[in-house]
Design a protein around this ligand. Structure first.
Ligand code: GTP
Ligand code: MG
Length: 308
């Protein structure tokens, strides 16, 4: 990065809708250099529909993503896909499996696929994902789909970003109930039972249905849709559920509350990341082990101008 001139050139290419500029902008923000780009482009974002898609490994998230992209394209919508893999050391471009699943969209200029496996970003992986989603939104994508694996903290964080969160589960996996218990229940706006061709699919649907019934939801009660991502069965129903949720968000004003929360969440991450970096640097400079850890921490904070 050679400073302002490089940023200006990149912004010009971004304005000219060159996909390479979007790719480069995402790479820069992944490596912690995205602040000037985000500052320049932030005002343009806020138009895209952001959809989070999460669930255990192998449930069919990437296949569902491909099917949702296909559906969105038939409606003439431009789609950005972010595939988040916290365990992968690879960045730049889709992961191998996703490459295969999403190949049909590779030559479509109105589809942009990107995988994230970032360290080094001030706000961690969730921060890097937030930046990528924002950049895709500012670039002009109508839909930004964020696919993330697992049942830990990362997808709960990523759900903070998305307007609508889809939780996909598969029949006969045994981990579904456990997944529901691990806090996934709260983040789902739409549940998907994928692989509905499986003999245990109806049982899983009943299980989820009864969990929804006993849970204390607010004004929006999660919808439940059965899909076969491979054949496209149920994808129209899933899209309709996503649209109903979007209508609910807008009519209830919940969309604004979610935007504010997502904003605060990002600010918190960025600020905490900065402070963490400063503390690291102060520790490197002051390697003495005098006094107790609390006294040393107070000394580090004082050196940063922070008084408790
Ligand atoms: N029978 C059946 N298989 C499916 C269906 N959808 C996806 N699969 C298969 O399930 C396997 C996993 O699909 P992926 O889309 O890679 O799942 P994923 O959740 O993205 O997996 P990770 O990214 O590794 O967590 C693949 O072999 C798919 O072909 C379905 O509706 N029915
Ligand atoms: Mg996948």
């Amino acid at each position: 990065m050679k400073g302002q001139a490089t940023i200006d050139a990149l912004l010009r290419d971004f304005d000219a809708s060159k996909p390479r500029a979007l790719a480069r902008a995402i790479s820069l923000s992944e490596s912690g250099l995205g602040a000037p780009l985000i500052s320049a482009l932030y005002a343009r974002a806020g138009r895209a529909t952001t959809i989070g898609l999460t669930g255990p490994p192998g449930v069919g998230k990437s296949t569902l993503s491909a099917a949702l992209v296909r559906k969105a394209r038939t409606l003439g919508k431009k789609v950005g896909v972010i595939s988040v893999d916290p365990s992968s050391p690879f960045t730049h471009g889709a992961l191998l499996g996703d490459r295969i699943r999403l190949t049909e969209h590779f030559t479509d200029a109105d589809v942009f696929i990107r995988s994230m496996a970032s360290r080094g970003h001030l706000g961690g992986l969730a921060g890097a994902t937030a930046d990528a989603a924002l950049l895709m939104d500012a670039f002009g994508f109508d839909v930004v789909l964020i696919e993330t694996v697992g049942a830990g903290q990362s997808e709960v964080e990523i759900a903070e970003l998305a307007q609508t969160t889809i939780v996909a589960l598969q029949p006969g996996s045994g981990d579904s109930v456990q997944v529901l218990k691990a806090g996934i229940m709260e983040i789902a706006d739409v549940f998907v039972v994928n692989k509905s061709d499986h003999p245990m699919a109806n049982q899983l649907r009943r299980e989820i249905r009864s969990m929804i019934e006993i849970a204390a939801y607010g004004a929006w009660v999660p919808e439940l849709v059965a899909t076969q991502a491979l054949t496209g069965d149920g994808i129209d129903e899933l899209w309709a559920a996503i649209e109903r949720h979007a209508v609910y968000l807008n009519e209830s004003g919940e969309i604004e509350r979610r935007r504010r929360e997502a904003f605060a969440h990002q600010v918190r991450h960025i600020a905490a990341g900065r402070i963490g970096d400063l503390v690291e640097r102060a520790l490197d400079a002051d390697a003495s082990i005098d006094g107790d850890p609390y006294a040393a921490a107070a000394r580090v904070l004082r050196s940063l101008g922070i008084r408790e």
